[in-house]
Design a protein around this ligand. Structure first.
Ligand SMILES: Cc1ncc(COP(=O)(O)OP(=O)(O)O)c(N)n1
Ligand SMILES: Cc1ncsc1CCOP(=O)(O)O
Ligand SMILES: [Mg+2]
Length: 221
């Protein structure tokens, strides 16, 4: 994706949104990120570091952000709007317990990408969409070991949203090449994945190729 926002004007109807593992060592992770991004189409990368200091996150941004942006892949930071602005990220992802959308928007400005977690809630998604979020994220669609998921979303939520609203929707939670087809056909604009790429037995490049092949197959019907 160009340094803009995820929009439906992009060539594919459903694209990959990579979320990093919750802990990483930037120098060791950099070649894995390069491998993933050189393996096929990826719209954005979200740096999602949990239980890390702001300095650690800033250092990770400094190493990983250019790898994404040089490839015209948007680099989004999880949870930290101010840090996202200071570190030159393309945007931020905020959850319902994080900085509220409006504050994140004020911090980052109108050109940045601001995405919002909406769990399994039509109500939260309507609010986020009306407030101006660049995308709404629904999940978890499948069991995941990456995060304790308190909400369970169904593909029908994606079809309802995409028929009604222009704002792109992201599906997240336990998504793999094997189970993603119903989310693609239901209208997910982006599939957000952690383990299906970084935990792929043949490496992250193989993970990206498998997911893109599955998306293509689902779109072809
Ligand atoms: C694309 C995307 N969707 C959902 C989340 C989850 O955000 P949140 O609920 O704030 O939980 P944490 O990721 O911060 O643990 C996400 N990060 N990205
Ligand atoms: C961050 C997040 N939010 C809901 S599920 C999830 C983790 C997704 O990771 P995986 O793709 O490994 O299930
Ligand atoms: Mg969060």
């Amino acid at each position: 994706m160009a340094k803009g926002k995820p929009t439906q004007a992009e060539p594919a109807a459903c694209r990959l949104y990579l979320v990093t593992p919750p802990a990483l060592e930037p120098a060791a992770f950099a070649p894995l990120l390069e491998e993933a991004l050189d393996a096929g189409d990826v719209a954005c990368v979200q740096l999602r570091l949990k239980d890390c200091s702001e300095d650690d996150i800033r250092r990770a941004c400094d190493v990983l952000r250019p790898i994404a942006q040089e490839r015209e892949v948007a680099f989004i930071l999880n949870d930290h709007p101010r840090l996202a602005r200071e570190a030159g990220c393309d945007g931020v992802h905020v959850g319902q317990s994080d900085t509220p959308y409006r504050d994140a928007r004020k911090i980052l400005g109108n050109d940045a990408i601001v995405g919002v977690t909406c769990h399994d809630s039509r109500h939260l998604a309507m609010i986020a969409g009306e407030e101006g979020a660049d995308y709404v994220a629904f999940g978890a669609f499948f069991p995941t070991s990456t995060k304790t998921a308190e909400y369970k979303a169904e593909p029908e939520l994606l079809s309802w949203w995409s028929e009604l609203m222009e704002v792109p929707c992201v599906a997240i939670g336990g998504i793999t090449a094997e189970n993603c087809a119903p989310l693609v056909t239901a209208g997910a604009d982006f599939l957000a994945v952690v383990n299906a790429v970084w935990g792929h037995p043949q490496g992250p490049g193989a993970g990206v190729r498998a997911l893109n092949a599955a998306i293509e197959a689902a779109l072809a019907g």
